[in-house]
Design a binder for this molecule. Sequence first.
Ligand SMILES: [Zn+2]
Length: 242
Amino acid sequence: MGHQPLAPIYCALSLALMFLLPPLKAAATPERLETNAAYIYNAPNWLKRNRAEKSIRRIQRDLEWSIRRVPVYFYKDVDAFTKAHSLGPFVTAVTVSNSKGSTIHLGPKVTNDNFDQVFSHELVHVIVYQKYKGAIPKWLEEGLANHLAKKKKVDYKWLAQQKLPDDVTTALVHPLNTNSYNDAVFKYKASQALAEMLSKKCDLTNLLRLSVERKMQNYIVTYCEIKDLNATFKEWVKKKAG
Ligand SMILES: [Zn+2]
């Protein structure tokens, strides 16, 4: 046994001891919540492990994947959160993925009210990275995350009044790369509308199954039989708005 005296604080044994020795319990506030899919640091008091597990279970089931554990950080401070990403002032939470894996950062705007939806959204990004690699198109990723996180359905009357892009596959990439909040919101909503369209016109579960490490965009044509994505999208928005 090496000597890393601090590490066992978080193991199951110390949790069991806390349980057996009630006087220690109050003092020993756990510094992180542990699940198989995530270590959650600086969790606020309202967040309990079971609640985090619920989002994890649902998104893992929908995307048929067991997450390789990722760190999740809560931020109380806007500046510290802003420093953790470089995506500007509009973001509530962010998942950073690179060769070392994914990390979820939850900003001060993540609350008891919106946690489940925000966390579920970020978990979709983690699985998109771990399981699908580059298979899910960038123009769909944010919308798919919103759709699976059960964000409120798109307001098509509003969307139909916006100028829809001629090519969604280029226009909806990097939705936060803008100075306009409205522009960012539009791109998220349009992407979510595309996810809603695919789940209606296609079997989304099967489409996702086919797309593991293989470009989904090809299956949208062959499996979903959507030959002209942009024209189909414009028709879809019009129909839903009417
Ligand atoms: Zn996102």
